[in-house]
Every structure is written in C-alpha cells, then in structure tokens.
Write a protein that binds this ligand. Sequence first.
Ligand SMILES: *Cc1c(COP(=O)(O)O)cnc(C)c1O
Length: 229
Amino acid sequence: MDSAAARPAPELASKLAAVEDRIAHACRIAGRPRAEVTLIAISKTHPADAIAPLIAAGQRVFGENRVQEAEGKWPALRERYDGIALHLVGRLQSNKADEAVALFDAIHSLDRPRLVTALARAMDRAGRRIPCFVQVNIGEEPQKGGCAIAGLSALLEQARAADLPLAGLMCVPPQEIEPAPFFALLDKLARDHGLPGRSMGMSGDFETAIMLGATHVRIGTALFGARGG
Ligand SMILES: *Cc1c(COP(=O)(O)O)cnc(C)c1O
C-alpha cells in the first residue's frame, strides 16, 4: 500500500538532490570522499506526513531536538520504513536519558558531568551503547548549551571513564558572524583529543563546515523549508 504521503513528493526529492549536490561539490573541493560526510535531515517541528516523502526519496538519517516530540513521530515511521537512524541534536535533560537511549541512535548534545552519569546509567539499563558527541559552547555564549572549552578535557575524561562511546564533538556557532573560525576551532579540538567526528554545519553554512572537516552536517531548512512559528 502506498499512500500519497509515502511517495517521494517531487519538491522534497529535488530539495534533497540539491543539498546532496552541494555536499558532493564541497567534498570535491576539499578533496574528501563523499562517504566521510553524513547528512542528518533535521525534522524538528515537521509532522510525520511531511517527513515520510523525504524517507521515500531515500533519506535515512534524521535528527530531532526534543525527546518527547520524537517519541510522538518516529515509532510509527520506523514501522513503515527500514533502516532509519535517529540523532538527538537538542538539549537533553538527565531525567530523559532512558527515553533518549531507547529512541535515538546517536546523541549530539552531551555537555555536562551530570548527563554523562545519567547516560551511562541509562545505557547500562538498556544494554545498548550509543555514540555520543560532546557539544562544545564554541562561541562561549552564556545562553547556549555546550560545555565550555576550558572544561572539555575533564568532561571527555569522565565520559571515557564511564565507557560512553565518544563519536566526536559538536557545535552551533554564534549567529550572524562568520562561522568558519568556529568550525576550524572545533576541528582542532577534535584533533587534539583524538576524536574522529565533527558535527557542524547547518543550512546556512554546511559547505564551509565540510571544507573545514565536518563529518556530520545537520540540515533542516534547506530540505523542509522554513519552520513555522
Ligand atoms: C534546528 C537545528 C539544526 C538545523 O538548522 P537549519 O538551519 O534549519 O538547517 C541544526 N542543528 C541543531 C542543533 C538544530 O537545533
């Protein structure tokens, strides 16, 4: 059975193709294999009906920023489609660690000691260890999530001691200023700490991020259009 929503809507398929072209182009310029960069389609705020056509068009890796919202959308989509990987890219409260470990395949927002403890316990309980990116507050912005650069070494040490699988570092640079220096800094921090993953780059700056070493780009608007609200 093929409902209308399950067909690759031409508009979404062409947006996906355009983003794929831009990723491939940036990889070519940077001399990097396309396979080094994972496209995470950020589907936050979009209902399941809007997401299904993108899955039908071939996209399999998605990101959400709220546990509860993701719990409402993804179990049903996963019943319809195989091979979905779901990444959490938003702030995680430690009392939601069990739900997050049950639902997500990667977490990009590990940013404080209490969350290391909560995630380690949740993974023990679930008998499932999922890769974590440590989010760095790369612009040292007081209102933003992410661990301070000065606290990164200690947090990584704690995460390693707790046996959390560390995939790499993640950042959201300050808005309205050139992001390249922040991407370069995240890349350097990842290298200094021997971590392979760099989760950086969104709709407005993913080519720059790829040229500076991004392994995971998180793209919402360029695929789904502007979010309401
Ligand atoms: C919403 C969001 C994105 C996607 O942003 P776009 O500009 O819509 O591509 C990426 N990363 C995080 C952490 C987000 O919250």
